[in-house]
Design a protein. Sequence first.
Length: 237
Amino acid sequence: MSEKKIIPKHIAIIMDGNGRWAKERKLPRIAGHRKGAEVVKSIVKCCDDLGVKFLTLYTFSTENWKRPEKEINFLMGLLSWFLDKEIRNLKKNNARFLTIGNIERLPKKAREVIAKAKEQTKSNTGLNLVLALNYGARLEIIEAVKSICGDIKDKRLTETELNEDIFSGYLYTAGIPDPDLLIRTGGEMRLSNFLLWQLSYSELYVTDKVWPDFNKAELKKAVDNFQKRKRRFGNIK
């Protein structure tokens, strides 16, 4: 009997390379973001078909606010347009929509569409699509520490009770399992302040393919590579 191949329960992706894709084609950066949004739709479908339960996409970081105002406005509009358009597909495919990060800084229209998508998919039991929006891992950890200090001060928690599991419950990702596989497109070898706590034992896969050129075949290649890894979590075989 052949060994059953394990499908990662949670895949996280740093979607890098939209700007480079556009530059190579002498197009404005927003053309790369528009193409990248199209790729998101196909990758969500592929993950669902594979049986992945959680897909987390690094959509907009706390550092991305440093970009030109015109590009930020386009990205926020693209987010609202994409979600508003995709709510029907999420419901049809039994997918649940979630976010991590501090979304209060996002424009009102984006917040309204996010709330609508969450509400209309909250009972779905299939793939969990998680968008990291205004997300930064260092800020996430600092905010968790502040909350813990407050709970200790108010005697809702003691220092001796604090452990890794309890700490994880204070993060944006509370209730979401740590990623089994992190994929980064665009060839850069860094985490870019993404899920620093949660990626402790994740398998890392970096491809030179920029995000607009990433497709189902590339995703399956990453999953095939994951299936060849020996995950020991610090133990020995």
